[in-house]
Design a protein around this ligand. Structure first.
Ligand code: FUL
Length: 630
């Protein structure tokens, strides 16, 4: 790492060098310096130092900068899945099932606004293809539903509520469409998709974020649709030039998980090429990076890269285990939300928290209450800044302040610079380092054991340009107590007595598939065909569901995608339980997947059969299988 002092020298040298370099990226000229807006392309001849210096002058576009300051944004997953209790619909759902009789968009936006959210994104169309507005492109929409006799328009109602509360509006329009007959016929479907996009971006006023996700679970034998991302991008540019485009776009980047966790080192300036660019595959492969990679912007990576993008991170996570509302699930505890806040907003990311309306068309009481608590927690912990005076690298504190957190921020209009720093407190024993960090970005929150001090300072150890610290506060914060979030009455059968009856491969270790321990896992034999585990629970239970826990850790290989579940009283006559048979979205959100039965069944034996793996591998892994009983 080049320390700050020598970097200042380097800066002067390389600014001069850069002025003779050929044109690279889109430049905007500022009085004293020259910036690269959104992209910087390095000349072939650039040295590592020159690249780093150019990287320090990469800045966000105006709309990206505005978006990065939002901090709290909300998702509303709502649609036919709300009524079928699924996470991914398959497109065969009848519009007849959509009837949210008490739908009240005012309640949604009021709740979100009071909780401090600044933008709300609605799933105008999820993977099932059902449109929440009366589109001219398909009959598979609210217009064919009983809701308001087919005269309703969820997007319009949300627009009105957003206007009332001064909330920004965004739309999620799923490219993957399991209902459209033309899906897979690439030009025809692209036309339909553009028509849908055009309706949404023309008829509902200002749209601030367009969210395209990359999910497509059609699998190896499914329909192959080639999306025309360039065309989609141009349509948005023309109709809503101020909207940022997220995920399959080049304004907002998916953080890489759905757990609410930003990286400790989170660069807005990244070497990762957005997936909508045709060259993304080759360029990311060459650098050995992908959306979930830990390092997307270090010096070492910048030195290897040929261009950088300003592509800041968005942390999307649901307040409930699933993205859609399910009666059987509960909102996360306040403790979990507080931790998510610290590891998203507090790690240079915008939080996109999903709060799914229920079948009535309302945000559930438990979620309203939780959001209220969340707001109160943020206010109670972050409104009393103990640091006083003008922002500087060293701040005086109110006399003998006790604090355990600092909030830092860089002025990103000048780029993201800080690479490594310590936070020091002036205590009775002189300056003491209380915390260390790497990147800062829009906002960085660091917590540490409480210390009593009169001053606090940030010591930047390494930076790719002059640090422009624009936020520096000291706080005394407390995390809420852990809460119990399981439903009352939910109970899992103790697996202590269970015995495996058969399994595909490795019988010796098969007990790891049902030992109640998420950290141990079982791996089946490799080979073509289905993989099975059947278990004798030794006695009969009134079974109401089961849980599949994917193997723990970062390696998700072997995670099951489609399955069958059978039960038996005697171990020879089996009955298949009628279930969706798909752990929808498990590849992005590999949490324990609870599946509830339509009605309780008495069973002593169960047989779990995996029909495929998330990436088509020829083996499966099971972190744990659990049985839910009354
Ligand atoms: C994913 C989708 O498959 C999920 O259902 C959800 O919408 C999430 C936000 O994006 O890719």
């Amino acid at each position: 790492m080049v320390p700050v002092k020598s970097l200042k020298k380097l800066l002067m040298v390389s600014v001069a060098a850069a002025s003779v370099l050929p044109f690279a990226g889109c430049r905007k000229t500022a009085p004293a310096e020259e910036y690269y807006v959104k992209t910087v392309v390095f000349p072939d001849s650039a040295t590592a130092d020159e690249k780093l210096e150019m990287a320090s002058r990469l800045v966000p576009s105006a709309k990206q900068l505005e978006w990065q300051k939002l901090e709290l944004t909300a998702f509303l997953h709502f649609g036919v899945n709300t009524f079928t209790d699924r996470e991914w619909g398959d497109g065969s759902e009848s519009p007849e099932i959509f009837n949210p009789v008490d739908l009240d968009a005012d309640q949604w936006v009021k709740t979100l606004s009071e909780a401090g959210f600044k933008l709300v994104i609605l799933t105008a169309k999820h993977h099932d293809g059902f449109c929440l507005w009366p589109t001219a492109t398909t009959e598979h929409s609210v217009a064919s539903s009983p809701w308001k006799d087919g005269k309703g328009d969820v997007v319009a109602e949300l627009r009105e509520a957003c206007d009332k509360y001064g909330m920004k509006l965004g739309v999620y329009l799923s490219p993957w469409d399991r209902n459209a007959a033309c899906y897979g016929d690439s030009p025809a479907y692209n036309d339909m998709f553009v028509a849908q996009l055009t309706e949404l971006l023309t008829n509902y006023g200002r749209i601030d974020e367009v969210w395209f996700d990359g999910a497509c679970g059609e699998g190896p034998n499914g329909k192959k649709q080639e999306y025309d991302w360039t065309r989609f991008k141009n349509v948005i540019q023309e109709l809503q030039p101020d909207a940022v485009v997220a995920i399959m776009g080049d304004d907002v980047r998916w953080v890489g998980n759905e757990k609410g966790m930003g990286r400790e080192t989170e660069w807005s300036a990244t070497a990762l090429t957005p997936g909508i660019y045709p060259e993304s595959g080759a360029s990311n492969r060459e650098l050995g990076i992908y959306g979930k990679a830990a390092d997307l912007g270090s010096r070492e990576l910048v030195a290897k890269a040929s261009r950088l993008y300003w592509w800041p991170s968005e942390v999307d996570v649901s307040i409930r285990p699933g993205w859609f509302y399910h009666d059987t699930e509960q909102p996360k505890s306040l403790r979990q939300l507080a931790e998510i806040y610290l590891s998203s907003v507090g790690r240079n990311s915008v939080l996109l928290l999903n709060i799914p309306p229920d079948r009535r068309g309302l945000i559930a009481d438990a979620d309203v209450a939780r959001l209220k608590e969340f707001r109160q927690w943020i206010d109670a912990n972050f409104s009393n800044n103990l640091a006083e005076g003008k922002i500087a690298t060293s701040m005086a504190l109110k006399p003998s302040s006790e604090f355990n957190a600092v909030v830092l921020g860089e002025d990103l209009s000048k780029g993201q610079h800080v690479e490594e720093f310590t936070v020091d407190a002036l205590t009775g024993n002189g300056w003491q380092t209380v915390a260390e960090g790497t990147t800062i970005g829009q906002k960085r929150i660091l917590t540490f054991p409480a210390v009593v001090a009169d001053s606090v300072r940030i010591d930047v150890k390494s930076s790719r340009g002059v640090p422009n610290i624009s936020t520096f506060g000291a706080y005394s914060i407390a995390l809420p107590a852990e809460g119990n979030i399981d439903l009352p009455g939910y109970s899992e059968v103790d697996p202590a007595e269970w015995k495996a009856v058969e399994a595909t491969g490795d019988m010796k270790n098969v007990a790891k598939a049902f030992d109640g321990d998420d950290n141990s896992y079982w791996r089946s034999a490799s080979g073509a065909g289905e993989k099975t585990v059947s278990v004798d629970m030794q006695r009969t239970y009134p079974v109401t569901g089961f849980v599949y826990v994917p193997r723990g850790g970062d390696d998700k290989s072997g995670t099951v995608f489609h399955y069958r579940f059978e039960v038996s009283q005697n171990g020879s006559d089996w009955t298949e339980v009628s279930l969706p048979g798909e752990f929808s979205n498990i590849m992005h959100n590999p949490i324990p997947y609870k599946v509830y039965f339509p009605a309780p069944v008495n069973a002593r034996y169960f047989r779990f059969t995996a029909t495929d793996e998330i990436d088509g591998r020829d083996y499966i892994t099971i972190g744990d299988l659990r049985i839910i009983s009354q």
